[in-house]
Design a protein around this ligand. Structure first.
Ligand SMILES: [Zn+2]
Length: 326
């Protein structure tokens, strides 16, 4: 029976249930937080706030969230463990990888392939072994194993840093079998870079979610990527800046109409707390919370011709198949 590692231990993929495939618990900037902790405030209060929000999510029928918070997003597993212990009805799958739109973090600037020219030899990237260790042994001595890999590409495109991380993620995937999720920018068709680089590395697109696909309304572009085998992450419901609720929902309706329900996964890309956004701006994003899909998106999809069976496929079957592998 295939299992997925979660914060509280392995879970059979058949037990994942309704799964939101891209939700954060906390998104933080650790070195800013360590030096300017006032906004974060009281640790106990932040943890209990998260527990409350995630219990409400579990009460809505969601059994699992996939949290792709990695280096660059402030991953800190001991805090996630504290939260998870208090939300026993929700599985949390955590990730390994590295998140940047341009350069690798300075930690990696003078390590691995950065030394190739100076040493006149191919130096292996330490990221690969770091990612593999997170997947096979656990993260930072917590015993919590990562269930998937994460990298990112955005409007700057395939910069040397983005490519280095993407190839490290591909290598760790090939050695461990852990699936991959990629932050993409579909307006600028960055999925095509993902397709080429992962193709060169020998990654099966059926193991890869192209995240944030729902940011675009270009159904033909998404159809081409889905036809190549990728999963489409319609995973930013509620972030209706630069797009609308209807645009995000209608592209799901259209792709279901075109027969791609079995390659779509859903989520909000929400967080209990994110320090990237001024709280005064968050006030203008009232739909960006963990209950928005259940309360507003699913009724809209049903009204526009998406069947209950297709919804079940997107929320239950597809996450299970993603982790099972073909
Ligand atoms: Zn995210």
């Amino acid at each position: 029976m295939p299992t997925v590692p979660t914060v509280r231990g392995p879970v059979d993929t058949t037990e994942l249930g309704r799964t939101y495939m891209h939700e954060h618990v906390f998104v933080l900037t650790p070195d800013v937080q360590q030096n300017y902790p006032d906004e974060w405030g009281d640790e106990e209060q932040r943890v209990s706030d998260a527990v409350g929000k995630l219990r409400a999510l579990a009460a809505s029928g969601v059994r699992t969230i996939v949290d792709p918070t990695v280096v660059g997003l402030g991953r800190y597993i001991p805090r996630i463990q504290r939260v998870a212990q208090q939300v026993p009805d929700l599985n949390i799958v955590v990730a390994t990888g590295c998140y940047t739109y341009d350069d690798v973090p300075f930690f990696f600037h003078h390590r691995g392939p950065a030394l190739n020219a100076a040493l006149g030899a191919e130096v292996p990237d330490p990221m690969v072994d770091m990612f593999i260790g997170d997947i096979t042994e656990g993260i930072a001595g917590t015993g919590v194993r990562a269930g998937l890999l994460k990298c990112a590409i955005d409007t700057p495109g395939l910069t040397p840093g983005v490519e280095r991380i993407m190839r490290a993620v591909a290598k760790a995937h090939l050695q461990t079998g852990a699936p991959i999720t990629v932050h993409t920018h579909p307006h600028s068709k960055q999925g095509l870079h993902v397709q080429r680089v992962f193709g060169e590395e020998g990654v099966d697109p059926r193991r890869v979610v192209l995240g944030h696909s729902g940011d675009t309304t270009d159904a033909d572009h998404l159809e081409a990527l889905a036809s190549a085998g990728f999963w489409l992450g319609m995973d930013r419901f509620g972030i209706n800046l630069g797009t609308t609720f209807e645009a995000r929902a209608d592209i799901v309706v259209e792709l279901c109409r075109r027969g791609f329900a079995d390659q779509i996964v859903l989520a909000h890309d929400a967080a209990c707390y994110i320090d990237w956004i001024d709280p005064n701006v968050l006030a203008f994003m009232p739909q960006w919370h963990y209950l928005h899909i259940e309360q507003e998106v699913l009724p809209y999809l049903r009204e526009h011709g998406v069947t209950d069976q297709q919804i079940e496929i997107m929320l239950v079957d597809n996450p299970r198949r993603y982790f099972d592998g073909p």
